[in-house]
Design a protein around this ligand. Structure first.
Ligand SMILES: [Cu+2]
Length: 107
């Protein structure tokens, strides 16, 4: 009896798995959106250890879309960035300064 009642669920999860495979790329980008913020590199200041981004909404720190400069948690990241790069990043307020805690260039 229990097995019978579980079959519809199994069937549904299999269908979902097939759908997830078909839409894998889309689902991946949706989950990336849930974790990171979209931005475009506008300026890189290696001396100050800052990067200026035009960025989308940052829900974690309650910030609307804008253009602004961020500190980066690791100055080495600035060497991997170029003006015009599209990026995904996470930001947090560290010691009172908005800081990029993770960043990747979107190809
Ligand atoms: Cu901002």
């Amino acid at each position: 009896m229990k097995q019978l009642s579980q079959r519809p669920f199994l069937h549904a999860s299999r269908a979902f798995a097939a759908l997830a495979t078909l839409c894998g790329g889309l689902l991946l980008s949706l989950s990336a959106l849930a974790q990171t913020v979209d931005g475009t590199v506008e300026k890189i200041d290696t001396e100050a250890g800052k990067v200026t981004l035009r960025h989308g909404e940052i829900k974690g720190i309650d910030m609307p879309p804008m253009k602004m400069a961020f500190r980066v948690a690791d100055p080495k990241w600035l060497q991997t960035l170029q003006v015009g790069d599209k990026v995904k990043f996470d930001a947090a307020k560290v010691n009172g300064q908005f800081t990029i805690t993770a960043i990747t260039v979107v190809k």
